[in-house]
Design a protein around this ligand. Sequence first.
Ligand code: NDP
Length: 448
Amino acid sequence: MSALDPVLQPHYETVLARNPGEQEFHQAVLEVLESLGPVVRKHRHYVDEAVIERLCEPERQLLFRVPWTDDQGRVQINRAFRVEFNSALGPYKGGLRFHPSVYLGIVKFLGFEQIFKNALTGMPIGGGKGGSDFDPKGKSDAEVMRFCQSMMTELYRHLGEYTDVPAGDIGVGGREIGYLFGQYKRITNRYESGVLTGKGLAYGGSQVRTEATGYGTVFFTEEMLKARGQSLSGRRVVVSGSGNVAIYAAQKAAALGAHVVACSDSSGYVVDEDGLDVDLLKQVKEVERQRISAYADQRRAATFVAGGSVWDVRCEVALPCATQNELDTDAARTLLANGVVAVAEGANMPCTPGATRIFREGAVLFAPGKAANAGGVATSALEMQQNASRDSWSFAHTEERLRDIMVGVHERCATAADEYGTPGDYVSGANISSFIQVADAMLSLGVV
Ligand code: NDP
């Protein structure tokens, strides 16, 4: 397994020193740098021209106060972030996350990952990410609206369809994007559809955007299996989380003939040996905004396990679709012992470094998030294309585009892995292919 090349060690130490306490950011940087040894040995100029240092330092970081009033009339204060990480390939592009755990280190890890993910799609989009420690859980629609309006009242001046284009992430779905877009439109007096993606279909959204990340993860998984002469059909699948990515990963896996038997949220997991009823899951989570236990209450074949790990449920294909570092070494060993053949990260960095190592050493097909979940941002770029041309495409056409893009992402990873001596290693392939593309663009643009 790749270790950090001595040439890159000082660069990683600089990142640690300049960004103290940002553990998730350190982890994301290390994972990329560990893959780059063969690249910098072959192309020394990436080190000599300080491309690594430039890449690890965001172009711009915004941190601001968001005051809003709750339903009882009390003033609440949250903190919001936007990290505009790298615009060598196009406008900053990446979602907003609303979750109490959000701090600068989380936003930087996500923004850093986003640079490489966006490059892998082959589309002209740079990398950025944002969010707030605001927790939408348990808030009324009116409170969420007031929060979104207040956040956009500061954020709008930094956005633009050619500058920075946010989307959703954990805690930010169609409702939040609607309120954010409404306030942007009001303040700027511009119907600039391409400034936010993940919009509703009624006002400039794209077909398949809601489904895209989950569907794309499954398309990537299918490509990995195909490369080994296998398929998803008949496979037993477990998904973690029960949000946007998890629901549509489960739906597409089932549509391709897999048997999806479990999913989770932060309170526990459900097992449904009859196969998850995705319509019921959507009703419980998206419409009623309930906990996952409510799914088991309404379905005889299902059981809810409070706490515990969804990775204890036996499966051949594991799709972690909840949050960072949710799948640790114990879970990885359990999955391996239970006969897992493929793991694809629907979420960003859900597997700890130790878990990733176990899968790669165990010859499990392993797709890192920056490749496996790139379908979401790719479809956001398709939404921007439709907005720019004032067009709207059919579901079937957009899904076909998504599928082609995911086949392309797989191809880029596989080719780079072959070329740099790590065939079948999608982690190296994803990091190397995207790094070279971004680094070359940065060098072409001069020292900016
Ligand atoms: P959602 O908010 O829709 O869903 C998140 C799900 O993960 C919820 O079921 C949530 O449960 C669960 N979850 C969160 N934290 C934990 C935890 N600590 N332990 C167990 N479960 C947890 O978010 P998304 O589905 O949009 O995002 C999921 C992941 O996918 C994130 O890593 C995100 O960055 C990534 N991603 C999302 C994209 C998108 O298009 N939406 C694009 C690319 C990546 P609970 O309700 O209990 O908190």
